[in-house]
Design a protein around this ligand. Structure first.
Ligand code: HEM
Length: 447
């Protein structure tokens, strides 16, 4: 037995601890993301957590390939001579299982995101991967251009495997750590000292000779791993504050969920202009009224339509078909309430790139003129303000009034770039500029 134990090379040690730290960080992060997405969390913070997870995971993949190459070129120190054959076999098996795992685990994650299909929404969800915000990572095997059936099957298979491999990694890590500790404290051999800098094998009388190059590689490498780990923990800890804070609602009771018919969503906006009292005021029925929007997601695969709506808005409507000059409407919408039901889109919509809900919590449509176009056809002209930018908009609509009940349906198309929504951002090329707005209002004449 030698007086000092052999070690792994400094490069192998740095790669070992970098990959180990990343995997231990990524498993709880991945499980948390999965749980949150399953529970319908659509915050920007979760969206950023996905990007962080993907960026670290792809880094692990790159480091793992380097590590495998390094391992093949630099044989590790021999296993302790006293180890029985079966234990050597299990140790080698575990080590090779680890190599397979640290490559297959990130690869299956990459396959899942390449399919561009959300298993939570059971709908297409092509989200580009930006490596730490620096460049876009391509999708694997052109999967995002396959048919929707293939994408769905690939996503299901890839994420199921990803999850199983994550749990297998946890099991292997537990086995691996237990074995290393057993070797150090019970067998009192050099196994742990092979990989942990500064740890001496129990039988070693003196510290191993100092090699300045080795010490420099270890020092710099492990310091970088520590800094990266602290940065990753800090990023996760601040993800909550990265989520756009929903602006405090100016509405008393505002959820316009069709599933919650008892909840009124509209009333007079705070700053509504007051039309002459001779013009009747109309109270909007939250159960059947809605403000919807529709757009196309366009990539190499073609176009996928998406529909959403604003769940919090209110309107002040003064309308008399025989006195259109005195009629008016003001609609105020909470931009953070935009919802498509698709996790990633809903997470992104309130962000600075799209509605910038933190700085511009409200959008507003304020009529300047309402005119008849014959029969039950009308046109409302007005100023639409989104992100603080105003444009003239024309909204053709039909109106039927039956006693004290009125029913209005209107639709118009706007160019989102007129309001700087998504302009120049990462999704600008993917989301159609034309956004179709569909307004449906059922109202009762106020007494
Ligand atoms: C060190 C490498 C990685 C580890 C240890 C890891 C681990 C995990 C784990 C344990 C989960 C939870 C699985 C579930 O319960 O469904 C997960 C989820 C996820 N991983 Fe990874 N992952 C790694 C790399 C990657 C990479 C490279 C990508 C993509 C480029 C990726 C994308 C994802 C996505 C999108 C989810 C969430 C899926 C969902 O919405 O439920 N992962 N990861």
């Amino acid at each position: 037995m030698s007086a000092t134990a052999q070690r792994y090379t400094a490069v192998a040690i740095v790669l070992h601890w970098a990959i180990a730290a990343a995997i231990l960080f990524m498993i709880p992060l991945g499980l948390w993301m999965h749980e949150e997405a399953e529970n319908g969390n659509v915050s920007q913070g979760l969206f950023e957590a996905y990007q962080l997870h993907k960026s670290i995971g792809l880094t692990v993949l790159a480091l793992s390939v380097v590590r495998l190459g390094w391992r093949l070129a630099n044989p590790p120190p021999p296993l302790p001579v006293h180890m029985p054959g079966w234990e050597k076999f299990v140790a080698k098996l575990t080590h090779w299982a680890f190599y397979a795992l640290i490559i297959a685990l990130p690869l299956t994650g990459w396959l899942y995101v390449s399919a561009g299909w959300s298993i939570h929404d059971e709908a297409p969800l092509p989200v580009p991967t930006h490596w730490f915000g620096l460049f876009e990572v391509p999708h694997l095997f052109g999967l995002n251009q396959a048919s929707l059936d293939v994408r769905e099957d690939a996503a299901e298979a890839a994420l199921t495997t990803h999850a199983y491999l994550g749990f297998t990694a946890l099991g292997l890590v537990a086995l691996h750590v237990a074995a290393a500790l057993k070797h150090h404290f019970f067998d009192r051999d050099e196994t742990l000292a092979h990989m942990v800098p500064g740890v001496r094998a129990p039988f070693e009388k003196e510290a191993p000779p100092k090699n300045p190059v080795r010490l420099a590689v270890l020092g710099v490498g492990l310091s970088l791993v520590t800094v990266a780990a602290v940065a990753a923990l800090f990023t996760v800890a601040t993800l909550g504050s990265a989520a756009p804070q929903a602006p405090p609602s100016t509405f008393e009771a505002v959820e316009a969920e069709p599933t919650a018919p008892e909840t009124p969503n509209v009333g007079a906006p705070d700053s509504a202009p007051v039309a002459p009292t001779a013009v009747p005021r109309w109270t909007v029925d939250a159960r059947s009224s809605s403000i919807g929007f529709a757009y196309e997601y366009e990539d190499e695969n073609g176009s996928t339509p998406f529909n959403g709506r604003f769940t919090r808005w209110r309107a002040d409507i003064r309308f008399d078909p025989s006195n259109l000059d005195a009629s008016s409407a003001v609609v105020r919408i909470e931009t953070a309430s935009a919802s498509t039901g698709v996790t990633a889109h809903d997470g992104a919509l309130p962000s600075a790139e799209w509605f910038n809900a933190g700085a511009h919590p409200m959008a507003e449509f304020r009529t300047t003129r309402i005119r008849s176009r014959g029969g039950n056809q009308y046109e409302a002209r007005g100023r639409l303000t989104i992100r603080g930018q105003s444009r003239d908009v024309s909204l053709p609509f039909t109106l039927s009034i039956d006693g004290d009940r009125a029913s209005m349906r209107g639709s118009t198309t706007i160019d989102r770039n007129d309001f700087g929504v998504g302009e120049g951002g990462s999704g600008d090329d993917l989301i159609s500029r034309d956004i179709q707005l569909t307004i449906r209002v059922d109202a009762t004449r106020a007494r």
